[in-house]
Design a protein around this ligand. Structure first.
Ligand code: ADP
Ligand code: ADP
Length: 216
């Protein structure tokens, strides 16, 4: 469902990605590992349409991402790609429920429909009782579950996560990883996850190692 071919990316004179080829099948959970500075986040941002490659092609299903204008990219990203980051980036002045609904509102979904789906997701992720809390009133593990619900609200084709458990203790990290697998098993979600967490890398369907601007 995702195919990146011959991806090159430099910052100034510094080559970061040197002809990376990378495919992901629907329903796969793929980890990307490698030393700090290896280019993992850069690759994730390129396949997530947050950043453009200097050269190369990225297809998500039938859409040629590399051919889209920045306006088309924003719309595509909001509808079809879910992001989970190390720091959850929840908006502090909004409740958990409102945070989850935001990508749906941006996509033009009506309030009642967005809220119904958001509540279903919060329920599925075990944080329905936290719907009306502000992020500051929630634990780190709860905040990350809310950010996963936000990533899922538009039913994206793929979920991209950058160190999603990097800020969690080992118990909450294990629970978050289990959640990813439960979502995949029940709904067929596809995940690409940059991680330093060895447990997660070990249980992933596939682990990609990045080194010297390439993958192994
Ligand atoms: P990783 O995720 O593997 O730690 P990154 O993809 O974040 O690696 O970064 C790879 C290299 O690219 C690093 O040397 C980093 O400093 C550099 N880099 C990343 N983003 C930028 C940027 N926007 N401008 C300049 N250099 C960058
Ligand atoms: P890091 O990966 O450096 O630890 P975070 O996990 O906090 O940092 O993620 C911050 C990243 O969010 C930045 O690298 C930034 O590129 C990325 N970002 C950019 N645009 C968006 C967006 N539209 N939605 C979510 N995150 C975005």
């Amino acid at each position: 469902m995702l195919k990146a071919s011959n991806i090159y990316k430099s910052y100034g004179n510094l080559p970061i990605l040197k002809g990376v080829d990378f495919t992901v099948e629907k329903g796969e959970i793929v980890s990307i590992v490698g030393a700090s500075g290896a280019g993992k986040s850069t690759l994730l941002h390129i396949i997530g349409t947050l950043d453009k490659a200097d050269q190369g092609e990225v297809f998500i299903d039938d859409t040629a991402i590399h051919r889209l204008s920045s306006k088309e990219l924003s719309a595509f990203r909001n509808l079809h790609i879910g992001f989970v980051f190390q720091f959850h980036h929840l908006l502090p002045e909004f409740t958990a429920l409102e945070n989850v609904c935001i990508p749906a509102y941006i996509g033009g979904t009506k309030t009642d429909i967005a809220e119904k789906r958001a509540m279903e997701l919060l329920d599925l992720l075990g944080v329905a009782s936290r719907a009306n809390h502000k992020p500051s009133q929630l634990s780190g593990g709860e905040q990350q579950r809310i950010s996963v619900a936000r990533a899922l609200i538009n039913n994206p084709k793929i979920i991209l996560a950058d160190e999603p458990s990097g800020n969690l203790d080992s118990e909450n990290a294990a629970a978050l990883h289990k959640l990813f697998f439960d979502l995949r098993d029940s709904m067929g979600h596809t995940f690409v996850i940059v991680t330093h967490n060895e447990d997660l890398a070990n249980i992933s369907d596939r682990t990609i190692h990045m080194k010297d601007g390439n993958i192994f």
